[in-house]
Design a protein around this ligand. Structure first.
Ligand code: MTE
Ligand code: MO
Length: 437
């Protein structure tokens, strides 16, 4: 497959999915049967474009872009983040290709970067201060990082962060914002102190309902009066034992782009609640009203809406725990594999505040699902790795799909779920292309 064709097809899908659908699936010549599956000449033309047969084509949903067409952009370079795909360079936003997320614990260099503003410069961690205040804080207090270390118990936890907009690129009509594919997720270890220990030390008033953060990054406009982002979590989430104020990631300084020298980490919720470069935390007697707390930011319709709808602010709700999801991190999509050999498949799964009850694989577009071995999480709110193998019956084009289920029995949809104005919470199954030869 030539790269040009690959990119073009995706572009056409972005701009005009119906036309792209027709082009790829040849709808006009009615090669689709009534249930929308592909037959005869449509299948032949698709096989011809892929350059191989599709043994499970009978299960292939109409209008599905084969995973083999996923755009493989050339990686750009951010210092210390080699291999990440840059989606925007002002502010810097970069995601990690799935196969680079294969480690059980995400290395610092492979942790995605999601910036709403411009990171601070010339940081001195010795003089960095974190102020705890707000109308529901009884004794406002300022801490240096050394004060935090000296006063509170040090904790190290592996915590999963995923941007609320991860997967946005698949929504149709397209949603504005960074066009994340699958790589705005990671699960490093963080070392710091419990947010609750610090809040309790400063005194949490009876009426406290929310905690908000402010960071030292600046608005892209350069206006010092504007905050790029100031979000937070309900006091109940803030008081959980896994919510941290962290100064280290994987035992090293947090990389500058990920919040050096001090960040909040509230795993399992949209990444936007985990403030970077934090210098102030406020205890609020109301839902925090900082930048990007109000709709349409980080909110979804309270009940389902038709794709493309305008949704009034009062019908939007703030995203809290993220939905169940999984990612195949081995092998890399697009590999050729000897069909007589088993193929090892592995990846990670996570479910917001919840746990995973199982991860299943399919090589026939969801006709059958095979269970995998799923590891326990290193601690609550860490992702859970899965591993298994598949065997292809004959040579041809296959896709391996992964589908996770959480402990409440909720599983990932095979197609992109509930359209919403800003394209959040796409937890559709991840799939990779394999050419069995
Ligand atoms: N101060 C500050 N905190 C921030 C952001 C930001 O732009 N500024 N981005 C948020 C968003 S939207 C996400 S998804 C995570 C990303 O964390 P990472 O860049 O370390 O992966 O940080 C959150 N915290
Ligand atoms: Mo985000």
């Amino acid at each position: 497959m030539s790269k040009r064709k690959t990119v073009r097809l995706n572009e056409i899908y972005q701009k005009d999915p119906i036309a792209a659908d027709k082009m790829l699936w040849d709808r006009e010549t009615s090669t689709m049967n009534r249930r929308g599956f592909l037959k005869h000449s449509g299948l032949l033309s698709l096989s011809a474009t892929l350059g191989m047969s599709i043994p499970f084509a009978r299960n292939m949903p109409a209008g599905l872009i084969p995973a083999a067409y996923a755009a493989d952009n050339a990686p750009d370079v951010i210092e210390g983040k080699e291999g990440l795909i840059v989606l925007n360079d002002r502010p810097i936003n970069a995601e990690t290709p799935a196969h680079l997320l294969d480690d059980e614990v995400t290395p610092n260099r492979y942790m995605f970067v999601r910036n709403n503003g411009i990171p601070p410069e010339n940081i001195n961690p010795e003089t960095w201060e974190l102020r705890i205040e707000g109308e529901s804080c009884i004794t406002p207090t300022t801490f240096t990082i050394d004060d935090l270390r000296a006063r509170f118990e040090e904790v190290t936890l592996q915590l999963q962060l995923e941007c609320g907009g991860n997967g946005r690129s698949e929504f149709a009509p397209a949603a504005s914002g960074n066009q994340w594919t699958t790589g705005a997720v990671g699960c490093p270890t963080f070392t710091g102190v419990r947010l609750r220990d610090v809040l309790n030390f400063c005194g949490v008033a009876q009426d406290a309902v929310y905690v908000g953060y402010y960071g030292a990054d600046t608005h892209t406009s350069g206006d010092p009066n504007l905050d790029p982002i100031s979000r937070g979590v309900p006091i109940t989430k803030a008081m959980e034992r896994e919510s941290l104020i962290a100064w280290a990631m994987n035992g090293e300084d947090i990389p500058l782009q990920n919040g050096y020298p001090l960040r909040l980490v509230c795993g399992g919720w949209p990444g936007s609640v985990s403030g970077k470069w934090i210098n102030r935390i406020v205890m609020r007697d109301r839902v925090h009203d900082g930048e990007k707390m109000a709709p349409p930011s980080y909110t979804v319709p309270a009940s389902p809406v038709a794709p493309g709808s305008r949704v009034p602010d009062e019908d939007m709700r703030i995203i809290e725990s993220m939905p169940v999801k999984s990612l195949i991190t081995f092998p890399q999509s697009g590999i050729a594999h000897d069909f007589r050999q088993r193929l090892t498949v592995r990846g990670h799964s996570w479910a917001g505040d919840d746990q995973i009850s199982g991860v299943f694989l399919s090589i026939d577009f969801g006709g059958t699902w095979l269970p995998t071995a799923v590891a326990s999480p290193a601690n609550r709110l860490a992702w859970q790795s899965f591993q298994s193998w598949v065997q292809f019956p004959e040579p041809g084009y296959y896709e391996v799909w992964a589908r996770a289920m959480d402990s409440q029995g909720r599983s990932q949809p095979m197609v992109v779920p509930g359209w919403n104005p800003r394209g959040y919470l796409n937890n559709a199954c991840h799939r990779i292309a394999v050419q069995a030869v």
